[in-house]
Write a protein that binds this ligand. Structure first.
Ligand code: GLV
Ligand code: GLV
Length: 322
């Protein structure tokens, strides 16, 4: 018979059609994440799992699925929500969605940087609240990109695409830090691989586009913020987990750094009474880096193709090296 697949969310129709063409599909047919108990029930006896970044895929879920499980596919480029050791143990392939979301996410990163550096949210608020009295020479002044130094932590596909987009704004120097030098990506914008300390002390804008791993977990902490310029602006479009959020709050409150723009937080959603949301110098977006209609459809379709390939024992179009 057809392989049984469980999809943990309502996804674009095109992707669902692809899966239904070859599989018997059960789905958590809602826009809210599947509750844990439903997930554990839903995966029983499946051959393939199609999941999202909001689903924690660990030993318990894989055990609940049982020995028939052949492949896991996530509709995301990040896979920190999935236990890789548990997949390795079971020799399960994992599909993800790189490349298709690079442009959209880089675009959003630039948008968030400009929103934060030019204080757009504050400005809109002033207009609506009547705070706009007149044109004032030093009112609502931010910082410009022209002649600036941009530091990118994690010059992967997205980080490199961010740098390429920022270059035309007149950024004079790109620094980057990561485990390995990336000469090819760096070459396009003339980015220089430096130690983290140097990146922090030299950069006017520090952008996190690194994956969340044990090495990057909460790496943006008090010590790191204290090494940045007091005029520095911090942007995070990777994962909330790379930031020690209480330390970021203190750094913004005390003026250790000037401002922050976050597309990702801990937790998500960020509670509406969270201290970060009381700060004028912090812009928080609801994890929308890849959120264009085209991109989300491409991600959903790629995740479907990955799962279908995995079910057949073929190499996935985009498979994680486990
Ligand atoms: C989004 O954060 C993704 O990992 O695709
Ligand atoms: C600003 O609008 C200016 O004319 O300087």
């Amino acid at each position: 018979g057809k392989p049984n697949v469980y999809v943990t969310r309502r996804i674009p129709q095109k992707a669902l059609d692809l899966l239904q063409g070859e599989c018997s599909v059960a789905q958590w047919d809602a826009d809210d994440p599947v509750p844990r108990v439903e997930l554990l029930k839903g995966v029983k006896g499946i051959d393939g799992l199609y999941c999202l970044l909001t689903d924690k895929i660990d030993a318990e879920v894989l055990d609940a699925a049982g020995p028939g499980l052949k492949a896991v596919s996530t509709m995301s480029v990040g896979f920190d929500h999935i236990s890789l050791p548990e997949l390795r143990k079971r020799k399960l392939p994992l599909g993800y969605t790189p490349d298709v979301l690079t442009d959209a996410t880089a675009e959003l990163t630039v948008a968030l940087l400009l929103t934060t550096s030019r204080r757009l949210v504050e400005g809109v608020h002033e207009v609506k609240s009547g705070g706009w009295g007149t044109w004032i020479p030093l009112w609502m002044c931010g910082s410009g990109l022209s002649g600036s130094t941009v530091g990118i932590v994690g010059l992967g596909r997205i980080g490199a695409a961010v740098a390429e987009r920022l270059k035309p704004f007149g950024v004079s120097r790109f620094l980057y830090h990561g485990r390995n030098p990336k000469p090819e990506a760096a070459g396009k914008v003339g980015a220089v691989h430096v130690e983290l300390e140097e990146l922090l002390s030299e950069s006017d804008f520090v952008i996190a586009t690194c994956a969340l791993t044990p090495e990057t977990k909460e790496m943006f902490n008090k010590t790191v913020f204290s090494k940045m310029k007091s005029s520095a602006i911090f942007i995070n479009t990777s994962r909330g987990g790379v930031v020690h959020q209480e330390d970021l709050y203190e750094a913004l409150k005390r003026g250790t750094i000037k401002a922050a723009g976050l597309d990702v937080t801990t937790p998500e959603p960020l509670p509406t009474d969270h201290p970060l949301l009381t700060l004028d110098n912090c812009v928080v977006l609801p994890h929308i880096g890849s959120a264009t209609v085209e991109t989300r459809t491409e991600m959903a379709v790629l995740a479907a193709r990955n799962l279908l390939a995995g079910l057949k024992g073929e190499k996935m179009p985009a498979q994680v090296q486990l």
